[in-house]
Design a protein around this ligand. Structure first.
Ligand SMILES: *[C@@H]1O[C@H](CO)[C@@H](O)[C@H](O)[C@H]1NC(C)=O
Length: 387
């Protein structure tokens, strides 16, 4: 009995370092197995529960090896505002596919940082189902940050998600840095990072090569800063689609995309709204220092999105787009029309500004197309501005 008590004390001393007062929880001690076969979901969640209960900053260690995790929802609020997870290994999703819509989720957490790690969504079976046009479940997001605050994700790799690789939803103050996201070019709907109803989101020094948007911003995305983004293959960096629902949406405001290199994508920087009367807005958007390499549609505003042309009366978008500034956008277009602004007849785009644009098609100036656009151009602008 005395021996057991001493051991327990010793363990506690090691677990809670008296110097930093930060408790460390290794998932192995909670039963996780780095064998790629044993479901470690319960062990991960037990480690989280223990760390989350700590009143002092708490760190969780996921060592090297492959950890199979069937599904995990890490829920707050926690007793501390400094949860730290260090991942050396790879977390792998179950093979095949199921009806789950989110694989790894953090929800209601304030003060979380995650360093390193690879999350392998193993989406291959799910994509095969979709590509064969069978009836498939919705598919899973690999990593979801929901209803959380002050989150840092650093140096993580996300691969082969069934659906979106990462979703930032209803959160505030989320920084993603050094993220690498990879999925095959022909994998359907494997967006890199989707932001929705969130504010103060920074994504920097990150690379996305996927089958859909590198980064997409939905309704209610505000104060977003995207810097040093390498994108492609994929569908580019996109605001939208907006206004497709049955109710009006929150607006999108104060978005900056700076120093991006976009290669071989369907679109470069795009704003896309449904041709439906739902109201909403996109305001204060800056695209600066963007290099396009062989991009099919480098600069696009499309307010007539209406697949199948159903339920879009007159294709009049109710979304008001204003103050969109393009500065120093250069490179090559893979199609003759490099700049396409197709705005709503009832809500023309306003305050669209072009400065120092140089986009070529087959080493010659590309073309531009404008409809219902107001704004201005300055500096060298190729193709010649049609605003
Ligand atoms: C715009 O967003 C940035 C962060 O991306 C922030 O620093 C800045 O204060 C915001 N500007 C306004 C006017 O809210």
């Amino acid at each position: 009995m005395a021996v057991a008590t001493n051991l327990l004390l010793l363990t506690l001393l090691f677990a809670i370092s008296p110097i930093t007062m930060s408790a460390n929880y290794n998932v192995i001690n909670f039963g996780a197995k780095p064998d790629g076969r044993t479901d470690s979901a319960k062990a991960f969640l037990s480690a989280w529960t223990a760390a989350c209960a700590s009143k002092n900053p708490a760190s969780i260690t996921i060592p090297s090896g492959n950890f199979l995790v069937s599904q995990a929802l890490f829920k707050g609020p926690c007793n501390n505002a400094a949860m730290k997870i260090t991942i050396s290994g790879t977390i792998i999703a179950p093979s095949g596919y199921s009806s789950m819509t989110d694989w790894i989720t953090f929800k209601y957490v304030q003060g979380l940082s995650i360093f390193g790690g690879t999350l392998d969504g193993r989406g291959q079976a799910f994509w095969a189902c979709k590509l064969a046009r069978r009836s498939c479940p919705q598919g899973a997001t690999t990593l979801r940050i929901g209803q959380s605050k002050n989150v840092l994700i650093s140096g993580m790799r996300l691969v082969n998600s069934e659906m979106f690789h990462m979703v930032i939803f209803a959160s505030n103050g989320v920084t993603v840095q050094g993220m690498s996201i990879t999925a095959p070019e022909n994998s359907p709907n494997t967006d890199g990072i989707h932001i929705q109803q969130s504010s103060g989101v920074t994504i920097q020094s990150s690379t996305m090569r996927t089958g859909d948007d590198c980064i997409s911003m939905g309704a209610g995305s505000t104060n977003v800063w995207l810097e040093r983004i390498t994108c492609g293959p994929g569908h580019g960096i996109s605001i939208g689609s907006l206004g497709g629902g049955t109710t009006d949406e929150e607006g999108v405001r104060n978005i900056t995309v700076r120093n991006a290199i976009i290669t071989g994508t369907q679109n470069g920087v795009r704003i896309k709204t449904w041709g439906k009367p739902n109201s909403g807005f996109v305001k204060d958007v800056k695209f600066e220092h963007v290099t396009m390499q062989n991009v099919q549609n480098p600069m696009v505003i499309d307010q007539n999105y209406c697949p199948g042309n159903v339920n879009c009366p007159n294709q009049n978008s109710g979304i008001k787009i204003s103050q969109v500034w393009y500065t120093d956008v250069k490179g090559s277009s893979a199609t003759p029309v490099a700049v396409k602004f197709d705005c709503s007849p009832s809500n023309p785009c306003n305050g669209i500004k072009l400065q120092d644009i140089k986009l070529t098609y087959q080493n010659k100036p590309a073309k531009s197309f404008c409809k219902n656009v107001k704004g201005s151009a300055s500096g060298l602008v190729i193709p010649q501005s049609c605003i």
